[in-house]
Design a binder for this molecule. Structure first.
Ligand code: ASP
Length: 347
């Protein structure tokens, strides 16, 4: 979009999503349009005193089609352009944005530049679109620097509807509202009103000597499994005994509780003994797993289930994919799951 110079530069990566869609007049369905068409709707972008370049997925995708191969592609794009740009903005569909943000926070080890994901609930060409505001503010945040030239937000974030959130703490909470994302267990990194107010205390500190190490391998031989009253032994046992299964994000009740059925305890014990990693994540949207609180949680601790504490499902899932992708032994993975790798869990 402009010639490279010494001024702050941002790489805009367009993956797809509603932000860049247009309604097909015949079917009424939303379909992708290309990046140049998208930018025509935001002439304001030229008012930034920035060098803005773009990279576009060909073809752009609905984020329901997002997968670890695309995450590896994004990791590669950021790694190979890391020295050239001061910040990165990823335009992404909202449906799986929290998964991508979480995955990238692990895959981009040592990241010390802003990677800001954003999108919108209404296409950028729609009259009442939220896309313009989200895109323009995300660019501003990606370019924001301290007086000493270091980036204000050197981490993977989601910016959506006035809120800057740590990427691996976000969850999509609304299929309808402009305020569609929440960071339930970690404070906002910034709030955008008349000014962008950064909450510096919660932003990952800049480390001048950190080196970006890209990780491309994610192992997705895992499952998310949610408890409910009336759950049947045959189905659960079959899942837990599945030979390909390496790990489970186990969504439990309240503070990490499960029914005390002997068949369930037995099946979970066998699975952990066989080396499968089971991570306890609460079905509640706020708060954390505390397995020692009730007998119904304590039994899970005893069979070797690991507490995901206050992690989101998205963060626990992608962290497990990342650790399994490194081919570590089960004990190392279990202890890594308990520690914070990229600020995804309170310890
Ligand atoms: N289905 C769209 C997507 O995730 C929804 C959106 O972007 O809001 O790509």
């Amino acid at each position: 979009m402009s010639q490279h110079s010494t001024q702050t530069s941002v790489l805009l990566i367009y993956t797809g999503g509603t932000i860049g869609m247009i309604q097909n007049p015949e079917t009424g369905a939303l379909e992708n349009f290309n990046f140049d068409q998208l930018l025509q709707h935001v002439p304001e972008i030229k008012q930034f005193n920035l060098d803005i370049f773009s990279y576009t997925f060909n073809p752009p995708i609905d984020s329901s089609d997002m997968n670890p191969t695309f995450w590896a592609e994004l990791t590669g794009i950021i790694y190979s352009n890391y020295e050239r740009y001061d910040g990165f903005v990823i335009l992404h569909g909202t449906d799986t944005m929290a998964f991508t943000a979480s995955a990238l926070s692990f895959m981009l080890e040592g990241l010390m530049k802003p990677v800001i994901l954003t999108g919108s609930q209404l296409p950028i060409g729609a009259l009442r679109t939220d896309g313009k505001e989200n895109l323009l503010t995300a660019i501003e945040i990606a370019a924001a620097k301290n007086p000493d030239g270091t980036p204000i937000v050197p981490e993977v974030c989601v910016f959506f509807h006035e809120k800057l959130m740590r990427g691996n703490r976000t969850t999509k909470i609304s299929a309808e509202n402009f305020d569609a994302f929440e960071s339930n267990n970690y404070p906002l990194l910034a709030h955008s009103g008349i000014e962008i107010q950064y909450h510096r205390h919660f932003i990952r500190p800049y480390e001048p000597d950190a080196e970006l190490i890209p990780h491309y391998r994610m192992d997705s031989d895992i499952m998310i499994f949610s408890l409910f009253p009336g759950i049947q032994p045959g189905i659960v046992k079959q899942l837990l005994q599945s030979p390909d299964l390496k790990g489970i994000i186990f969504r439990t009740f309240g503070s990490g509780n499960a029914p005390r059925f002997p068949w369930l305890t037995e099946a979970l014990t066998e699975a952990t003994k066989a080396g499968k990693i089971i991570i306890n994540i609460t079905q509640c949207s706020t708060g954390s797993v505390k397995m020692h609180l009730y007998e119904t949680g304590r039994q899970l601790l005893e069979v070797g289930i690991i507490s995901g504490n206050d992690s989101t499902v998205e963060a626990a899932l992608t962290k497990l994919m990342y650790l399994l992708g490194k081919s570590l032994d089960p004990e190392t993975i279990r202890s890594e799951m308990k520690r914070s790798i990229a600020g995804e869990i309170s310890v």
